[in-house]
Design a binder for this molecule. Structure first.
Ligand SMILES: C[S@@+](CC[C@H](N)C(=O)[O-])C[C@H]1O[C@@H](n2cnc3c(N)ncnc32)[C@H](O)[C@@H]1O
Length: 426
């Protein structure tokens, strides 16, 4: 039997870049798409017709090029035929640029009776995609959406994360050393503690009454428990589950904790769905004068000088890795924190740079981010598109030379890593 899709994507190759971005966001929500690069030699009419028949809905991106394309017009005719046979079939026209009067007249003949979406009305791609889902009556599996496939179970990721933490702890400690002394004997919660190794290193010199660490990875928690002491407890818990609050509350009661003075969450939010929900729960778990400390990423702050295709390719690969999570998370947090009820939100610093460290640490910064052998990218399933997968050999080929140039000081690198605190009191 032929493969079935949620959405057939009809578009013109002239709009490939924007359409691909939208399609990637659609797929990110777990909705499947028939979306092929346009090559009439490869894709015969029969194959396309079959894909339209085998899709539940049809989204067409309208531009002056697509309206003039015979191929797109054929696809629209086929979709209308489907709609006539099956009233639950949805056709969603999305206008991605102003159409000329003539093109508008032509396309109105086909699609004039339908509701059109206009890209310019949406402030980002995610909002447009949610509107497409609404019009196509697509229901999302809320618990799964946006959650990345990230796991620390791969050996190569364990090594990379450990190295990354050696580097990032220096930044985090600058802030944590000011937060801990505010409390005489704080209770601390670490969300996404993994094996507990790093949080214990990070808090080594910080005094606390009780540290509770939670992670959804049972294997990691088993290792963490070998590090537990009478005032350190680790347990397995998925912070996105409906049960999260009840689970954590029962552990708090056992240890007579009314609220946490410090909640620490490092390199976790980018991998989660429903971050807003979690922040609301954390607000309730924080004591009245407690502090939430977040470390998270945002590639929007990345700067490299001088410009090189190598870095653009690396950033593209990260963006399209299924394990990288939402690499624009940090910029969204201040508004989300405010909506969750937090009052005093501070962005303490927002980047790590190659000039902050010398010698070995300088080299480590490179390896952590730009060494493709440490990306755990073993096969195509690591990526959400083939373009990223195809870039990998190219990146590997140039890696040694680029690293040598960087070590000679030819490149300045700044990467978006945010450290944010939020409290309940003003
Ligand atoms: C990149 S690691 C960061 C580990 C540690 N916080 C650090 O900074 O080294 C992300 C951790 O978050 C955990 N995690 C991801 N999703 C989670 C969820 N829904 N509930 C609890 N833990 C989760 C993963 O298992 C992993 O250990």
């Amino acid at each position: 039997m032929s493969e079935r899709f949620d959405i057939f994507v009809s578009y013109s190759n002239a709009n490939k870049d924007i359409v691909e971005k939208i399609v990637n966001t659609i797929k990110f929500y777990g909705v499947s798409c028939w979306f092929q690069l346009r090559d009439s030699k490869q894709h015969f009419v029969e194959e396309i017709n079959q894909a339209i028949n085998n899709s539940k809905d049809f989204v067409v991106f309208l531009s002056n090029e697509s309206v003039s394309s015979i191929m797109v017009r054929n696809e629209i005719s086929r979709a209308i035929y489907q709609l006539n046979r099956n009233p639950s079939y949805d056709i969603v026209p999305v206008v991605i640029e102003p159409l000329t009067e003539q093109n508008l007249e032509i396309i109105n003949l086909f699609l004039g009776s339908l509701n059109w979406l206009y890209i310019e009305k949406y402030h980002d791609i995610e909002s447009l995609v949610l509107a497409i889902f609404e019009q196509a009556s697509i229901k999302l599996k809320i618990d799964e959406h946006l959650q990345s496939t990230y796991s620390t179970e791969k050996e190569v990721e364990k090594i990379r994360l450990k190295e990354q933490n050696k580097y990032l702890n220096a930044y985090a400690l600058q802030h944590l050393e000011h937060i801990f002394p505010k409390y005489s004997s704080p209770t601390v919660l670490d969300i996404g503690c993994d094996t507990g190794e790093n949080v214990l290193v990070r808090f080594e010199k910080c005094k606390f009454r009780f540290l509770m660490g939670i992670d959804k990875n049972a294997g990691a928690i088993e290792i963490a428990n070998t590090r537990a002491t009478e005032n350190v407890e680790f347990f397995c818990c998925d912070v996105t589950s409906d049960d999260f609050f009840r689970q954590i509350f029962s552990h708090m009661q056992r240890h007579h904790i009314l609220g946490f003075d410090i909640i620490h969450i490092s390199a976790v939010l980018l991998h989660l769905g429903r971050v807003e929900e979690l922040l609301k729960n954390l607000y309730m778990l924080l004591s009245p004068d407690g502090t939430l400390f977040i470390q998270d990423e945002d590639d929007g702050v990345n700067v490299v000088y001088p410009k090189s295709q190598y870095f653009d390719d690396c950033f593209y690969v990260w963006e399209h890795s299924n394990e990288s999570g939402d690499r624009n998370t940090a910029r969204k947090l201040p508004a989300m924190l405010r909506d969750a009820g937090f009052n005093k939100i501070d962005v303490l610093s927002s980047a790590i740079t190659s000039v902050d460290f010398d010698g070995k640490y300088r080299e480590e910064l490179w390896d952590l981010y730009f060494n493709p052998d440490l990306w755990a990218a073993d096969d195509a399933s690591y990526f959400d598109n083939y373009e990223a997968y195809n870039l990998l050999p190219k990146v590997k080929e140039r890696h040694e030379q680029m690293k040598a140039d960087y070590m000679e000081g030819k490149y300045f690198i700044m990467l978006g890593m945010f450290f944010i605190t939020a409290t309940k009191s003003l």
